[in-house]
Write a protein that binds this ligand. Structure first.
Ligand SMILES: C[S@@+](CC[C@H](N)C(=O)[O-])C[C@H]1O[C@@H](n2cnc3c(N)ncnc32)[C@H](O)[C@@H]1O
Length: 174
């Protein structure tokens, strides 16, 4: 779920050996692959970072297997992301850590959906929690006067943060 490749660039800057995958690669150094079937051996990587879709609010591509086509209003959304969690568990070396970035969701029809908390619940089936970090959204387009005005006018909250779940693969088999 490498998207535009920010993670690859940051990892390279940190001197890490990095491989980025996406269902619909945006650049040549991202490998086409479904996050539910990652072409890596069991127990082979030191760290995984993932920024998954939060629902169907953004159109990432026309690829039929894009999980961002499934609304978080459906349980299927979490079922598919759990398959990704299981796959991450498979490829991580024992005792190594993964970090999953995810935000919540609000729609007029369905109201608030705690996507982060629901995903955290699924992650806990496989991993031990190391930490939960709130990542604030400082430079997002929703942090403008126009969106503040809309939020007051149409009575909704602006999401102020995303969750970063830092989870460890302990020796116990999931
Ligand atoms: C929130 S975006 C990631 C944004 C990225 N962090 C960036 O800086 O651009 C989610 C990504 O997940 C990808 N994706 C959706 N379903 C996928 C799947 N089944 N397997 C792999 N990638 C998938 C989308 O193509 C999209 O690029």
């Amino acid at each position: 779920m490498a998207g535009s490749g920010t993670t690859i660039d940051v990892a390279s800057e940190l001197g890490r050996l990095v491989i980025g995958y996406d269902i619909s690669p945006y650049r040549k150094d991202i490998i086409q692959s479904d996050a539910r079937k990652i072409p890596l051996e069991n127990n082979s990587v030191d760290f995984v970072f993932i920024d998954s879709p939060y629902s169907d609010n953004v159109k990432y591509s026309d690829h039929p297997d894009c999980i961002g086509k499934v609304s978080c209003e459906k349980e299927e959304f979490f079922t598919e992301l759990e398959k990704v969690a299981k796959e991450i568990y498979r490829i991580l070396k024992p005792d190594k850590v993964m970090a999953w970035l995810i935000g919540d969701h609000w729609r007029k029809k369905s109201g608030f959906i705690p996507v982060g908390i629901k995903m955290y619940d699924r992650l806990c089936k496989y991993f031990e929690t190391v930490d939960v970090v709130c990542v604030t959204r400082r430079n997002q387009t929703s942090n403008t006067g126009l969106w503040h005005k809309r939020a007051r006018e149409f009575n909704f909250y602006l999401r102020g943060f995303k969750y970063l779940f830092i989870m460890q693969k302990t020796n116990q088999e999931a």
